[in-house]
Design a protein around this ligand. Structure first.
Ligand code: PEP
Ligand code: CO
Length: 509
């Protein structure tokens, strides 16, 4: 039977009048994850051209920045950071970008996870280990379901600065500056704690360096070896449904390894002993990011060396503002958070500014709008991006569109989180596009910050172990439960695709 293969369509952008200009047809690119010529031109009013430098953001409005009392101290603290070694290496960023390019086409899947905000007071080796091994467990579950490599990106070793909806907070008639993350001020509701202290920048750098040191040790020192899969179960998870389901998978992995050893596989192969683990955080505090921006000597390109991957938050992604200006010039893989407020024309312009040469893996679009709005709004965004021929990695953040206040606690309902992931997979399925990853606020700790899930955390439980300084996180059990749901969707997707292959079509004809 002869199958008719449809050619990838070379589609023309339909820009908003005056915003974008589509190049003539011969410049158009097809929707596929190959490096291709840019075909969208950024409006001249938004072009920075070659004038980018690590501090060119300073000529643009920068939202969500702290108001320091003593600028001279800020300069001193940043000079100190600028003298410190980079936290990551450019070559690692390039490898990560290759991995993320695979996720754009469904040949890999990305798992972002970690605290909403890291805290100085909660810094400990055990907490780092528990998050790390939970991410390993989730990756195992996802890889098992999806049959593709899982790219692990921890919101860790730099996830300190927080955007706020209001610059101040009022309690019992007292108004103080809002808490902006430990890298800026303290969470306690006192004038001293809420003062923005530039020397916190240096402390955050040091904590990030120590954290990364441990993460690298775990990744390359044997802890993450595949033969240890069954030892990653967290103690308090052993008697839970998720713990048991995980152990079933771990047992099957062990059996597969034994079988491969019997076939002659060398257990000293790197993939058996090590794993790749990358870090990410919101690129919010530009003084800090600038101080850690370095020129890579092998390529003469700039990299943000505070983290492998940086993302631009929903509140700071204005096309003509400082954060987009900074991010367009660093060569790391980057992301942008997108809510239902994003306009389809603007997303195309933003992508063209951040990834003008359309490099696969360079840009992840992290959608966060709640299930209902996602079903309503994401199709138009996907369509606009597809029409313009832009390659992005679509990621679902099911946390930030689902925050509510219950009994005085900022919380999220497990059901709503799961529903948003469901909507994300459904929309991609309907549109024939690729769900590339999930982005979760989660912890390896046994906290009670999100309501629901198998362990049925209720509203009344919130005050029992509510430890976050910022947004509520999924606890270990809830996170693993989400991983099982995503794995099921990945498996379903894989089966649907397999059913559409020429061999399957021939078999059924
Ligand atoms: C976050 O990821 O913690 C965050 C603040 O996200 P957003 O920009 O999507 O609100
Ligand atoms: Co958050």
């Amino acid at each position: 039977m002869k199958l008719q293969m449809s050619q990838p369509q070379a589609l023309r952008a339909r820009p908003r009048a005056g915003a974008l200009r589509a190049l003539p047809r011969r410049h158009t690119v097809s929707v596929s994850a190959v490096a291709s010529e840019p075909r969208l031109v950024v409006p001249s009013s938004l072009q920075g051209g070659s004038s980018w430098s690590p501090n060119s953001w300073r000529s643009k409005p920068a939202l969500q920045q702290p108001e320091y009392q003593d600028q001279a101290e800020v300069v001193k603290a940043c000079e100190e950071i600028a003298r410190m070694p980079p936290l990551i290496f450019a070559g690692e960023c390039r490898t990560l970008q290759e991995r993320l390019a695979k996720a754009a086409t469904g040949e890999a899947f990305v798992l972002f996870g970690g605290d909403c905000a890291e805290a100085f007071s909660q810094f400990s080796a055990n907490r780092i280990r528990d998050l790390y091994r939970l991410l390993l467990q989730m990756s195992t579950v996802l890889a098992f379901g999806g049959g593709v490599p899982i790219v692990k990106l921890g919101r860790i070793a730099g996830q300190f600065a927080k955007p706020r909806s209001a610059p101040t907070e009022t309690i019992n008639g007292v108004t103080l500056p809002a808490y902006r993350g430990d890298i800026i001020n303290g969470p306690e509701f006192t004038p001293e704690a809420r003062r923005c202290d530039p020397w916190r920048l240096v402390r955050a750098y040091n904590q990030s360096a120590a954290t990364l040191n441990l993460l690298r040790g775990f990744s390359y020192g044997g802890y993450a070896g595949l033969s240890r899969v069954s030892q990653w179960n967290l103690d308090f998870m052993k008697n839970t449904a998720e713990g048991h389901a995980y152990m079933d998978i771990a047992k099957r992995v062990d059996e597969a390894i034994q079988f491969m050893i019997a076939c002659g596989m060398d257990t000293n192969m790197p993939f058996m002993r090590e794993t790749e683990f990358y870090t990410c955080h919101e690129c919010l505090l530009l003084d800090y990011e600038e101080a850690l921006t370095r020129m890579d000597s092998t390529t003469d390109r700039w990299y943000g060396c505070s983290s492998h991957f940086l993302w631009c938050g929903e509140r700071t992604r204005q096309l003509d503002h400082a954060h987009v200006e900074f991010m367009r010039g660093v060569n790391n893989p980057i992301g942008v958070k997108v809510s239902d407020k994003m306009d389809p024309n603007d997303i195309v312009t933003l992508i063209a500014m951040l990834n003008p040469s359309n490099k696969p893996g360079r840009l992840s679009i992290i959608v966060r709008m709640g299930a209902r709005k996602l079903r309503e709004k994401m199709p138009a965004l996907i369509e606009a991006v597809q029409r313009s021929g832009q390659v992005v990695t679509w990621v679902c953040d099911p946390m930030h569109g689902n925050t509510e206040t219950v009994s005085g606690y900022k919380t999220r309902r497990y059901e709503n989180i799961r529903s948003e992931i469901e909507a994300f997979f459904d929309v991609h399925e309907q549109m024939g596009t690729v769900p590339g990853g999930v982005h979760l606020e989660m912890t390896g700790d046994n906290v009670t910050e999100c309501i629901g899930g198998g362990a049925s955390i209720s509203e009344d439980d919130l005050n029992s172990r509510y430890h976050t300084h910022c947004d509520p996180r999924l606890n270990a059990e809830q996170s693993l439960e989400i991983a099982f749901y995503v794995a099921q969707r990945l498996r379903q997707r894989r089966e649907n695709l397999a059913a559409k292959t020429p061999a399957a079509a021939a078999a059924s004809s």
